[in-house]
Design a binder for this molecule. Sequence first.
Ligand SMILES: [Zn+2]
Length: 209
Amino acid sequence: MHVHTLSRTVEIVEGRPHNEQMKFCSHCGSDRIVLRVPEGDHVSRFICSDCATVHYQNPKVVVGCLPEWESRILLCRRAIEPRYGLWTLPAGFLENGETIFAGAARETLEEASARVEIGELYTVISLPQISQLYMMFRARLLDLDFSPGPESLEVRLFGEDEIPWEELAFRTIGRTLRNYFLDRKQGDFPARVSTLVRRTSRQDAISPA
Ligand SMILES: [Zn+2]
């Protein structure tokens, strides 16, 4: 697979990273959790006052793909919140111990019962305010034997003029699809690396799959 070189930019939006709340220490069970910058660090961390464990939190990776069949793209209509009833590309949180390729294929199988050959990495989108990183691959749908998984109401193929632009679940998905149809006209799909910042609270959060 061709790997594009990404420029290294470290940027923390609004001066502080997103921290998920923490009520109990996962190491000792204490509820005496404080949020402060450990000595020698530069970012606030949840620290247990009883056992001194520093609980590091890092972004979650969302992996998914654009399954192509001839000139059409497979979309799934969500059967779960958030964004119940809206359309999305198959995508979800990467599991521990899993490669991004396997994760993208697994999410496609779970959400659309569809088998794909994962291709080139296509969009990488940082969502710093909700601490997520989207990695979307191009993919080739291997057959037309697909159907809604438990998290989908409906699964179907869309041509460019059929995409339900007003009913897409997430801005990351809209951006990925817009880039795709523009790039397809040029016949070239360079990796698209970008950032999305918040319009409203939890705009692009998705539930663990
Ligand atoms: Zn503890």
